[in-house]
Design a protein around this ligand. Structure first.
Ligand SMILES: *[C@@H]1O[C@H](CO)[C@@H](O)[C@H](O)[C@H]1NC(C)=O
Length: 243
């Protein structure tokens, strides 16, 4: 007979507030060094946060998934390279460089350095020196020392718990990377041609990244911001930044 009110209670407390998880340290909003406090706290919790937390409905971001990315080399009359089923590994190893809160303008800015390893499948088609080719197989991409600069805008909203929560309304990302390394396996079933095409891709890495970079960044930051959004619905501003 007790189970019904108990589960109702559990439901109410879920809707009301989940509070801060034990892997996140709150920072006082009156701390004159609040950005340092927040950076320290975020550095301590980013791994756990990226690996997900099923009890808070936060999916893992490591790996992150991107269904498809297409590159033309050097343009649509040349080769078409489609990367499918892209799994990005490494977000949980992200090193936060800085984190700043502007409570007046309601802007969060952060910079992070990350090495990403992508495993995927490729489909290559088109013409190579006038000869039509077609090949598919396993592939990988290494994105070395990717420097991400993310800016997020938020607003104050009143949650179902009657408390103030942050709602991220917009985000923007800039990135630079030191180098990308591509590896397509079993190209045309010919090692020599395969090596040549891999070399060509690696010489052109900047152009390829210019094509796929925006895709990657958009997908990954959307995933991160979505998780952050779920988290911010559970945790009020007062819990995150107490007086
Ligand atoms: C949060 O912001 C998004 C994007 O601007 C908006 O669609 C959504 O309705 C907002 N949520 C609340 C609870 O106000």
């Amino acid at each position: 007979m007790l189970s019904f009110p108990f589960s109702l209670l559990a439901l109410i407390s879920y809707v009301t507030s989940m509070g801060l998880p034990d892997y996140i340290q709150p920072c006082s909003r009156n701390d004159p060094n609040i950005n340092e406090c927040a950076l320290k706290s975020a550095r301590q919790s980013i791994r756990q946060f990226s690996l997900g937390d099923p009890s808070r409905k936060l999916p893992s971001l490591d790996p992150s998934y991107v269904a498809e990315m297409t590159v033309y080399i050097p343009n649509e009359n040349g080769l078409k390279l489609v990367f499918k089923d892209n799994y990005f590994y490494g977000l949980s190893g992200m090193e936060l460089q800085n984190l700043k809160f502007d409570f007046n303008k309601k802007i969060i800015t952060t910079e992070a350095l990350v090495n990403l390893d992508v495993t995927n499948k490729y489909e290559l088609s088109g013409k190579l020196m006038m000869v039509p080719i077609s090949s598919h197989g396993d592939s990988s991409i290494k994105l070395k020392k990717t420097d991400l600069k993310v800016k997020m805008w938020y607003e104050h909203v009143t949650g179902p718990d009657g408390k103030i929560h942050w709602n991220i309304t917009k985000h923007d990302i800039k990135y630079e990377l030191e180098k990308a390394v591509f590896r397509l396996e079993n190209l045309l079933g010919d090692k020599q041609i395969g090596d040549q095409i891999n070399n060509l891709l690696n010489e052109l890495w900047r152009d390829i990244v210019a094509d796929v970079g925006p895709y990657i960044c958009r997908s990954m930051t959307t995933a991160v911001v979505e998780n952050l959004g779920v988290f911010l619905e559970q945790v009020s501003y007062d819990e995150l930044f107490p007086e």
